[in-house]
Write a protein that binds this ligand. Structure first.
Ligand SMILES: O=C(O)CCC(=O)C(=O)O
Length: 249
């Protein structure tokens, strides 16, 4: 486990770019134990998935097999993910960025299955979340597999954004809220490949996307979304169930 504080330079980088990466934060054994649980949970989830939820949770372009696109609320539902989300190393880094106590209000596993994982279009998390204070949300994205240029690593805008741009969602992908193309021209996004166990932290306003998985292996990652305890989601783009909140203990 690497040190659990950011240097002054790293904090400046976060404020300037809206994101920062901490490599090798979690060791192989911890990630392996989460992946084992993910395997069990995924099989169970697919077996119990209702026809109406298939459109939301399964990849669309795999007519001959059920390929899971994502899972919701891992920090709430699964003890091993909760241990990751509330780990002391993470808590200290989050506290340093946010400056006051936070909780996990939402979490999701992005599965990006081999040769089927679809892209996540350019978006700002704060359009999804609609907080009353744009500085009150932070996403902590943990690579469970190595995330590479071919399997769909994250790409980030490297200049902090002070506003949230207009977003829309295609009719057949209501979950893919994305920045209106007319606003994309002035945004430059660069790839951030990261090995399994590495973590990237991004501000809720930071535009980011990931490409489809063109490789023969999975690109799984978990995103924990934190909200400052004194803030509220007043205008969310999707629904977030406050009963699924997870606090640091
Ligand atoms: O993992 C991905 O491909 C997308 C992640 C993402 O958009 C997020 O964590 O906010």
């Amino acid at each position: 486990m690497s040190t659990s504080s950011f240097t002054v330079k790293e904090m400046e980088e976060f404020r300037r770019t809206g994101h920062i990466t901490r490599r090798n934060l979690f060791d192989r054994a911890m990630i392996q134990s989460v992946l084992e649980d993910l395997d069990v949970w995924s099989k169970q989830f697919i077996a119990e998935l209702s026809p109406e939820d298939q459109q939301w949770y399964l990849e669309h372009d795999t007519p001959h097999r059920k390929a899971l696109r994502k899972l919701d609320h891992p920090a709430f539902h699964r003890e091993r993910f909760r241990s990751l989300a509330t780990h002391t190393s993470l808590r200290d880094l989050i506290q340093q960025i946010m400056g006051s106590p936070c909780h996990v209000f939402f979490s999701q596993v992005f599965m990006k299955p081999p040769e089927a994982g679809s892209s996540k279009p350019v978006h700002q998390d704060n359009f999804y979340f609609g907080p009353d204070d744009l500085d009150a949300t932070l996403t902590v994205w943990i690579a469970l597999d190595d995330a590479t240029l071919t399997n769909g690593c994250l790409h980030y805008c490297n200049q902090h954004q002070h506003t949230v741009l207009p977003h829309f969602a295609p009719e057949n992908e209501p979950y893919n809220l994305q920045i209106d193309p007319t606003h994309l021209d002035h945004l430059e996004l660069t790839p951030t490949p990261i090995d399994s166990g590495g973590v990237s932290f991004h501000h809720g306003n930071t535009p980011h996307f990931s490409n489809a998985n063109h490789s023969t292996t999975s690109r799984r990652a978990v995103a924990f979304h934190y909200l400052r305890n004194d803030a509220t989601l007043t205008d969310p783009g999707l629904n977030y169930d406050s009963a699924m909140r997870v606090d640091f203990v």
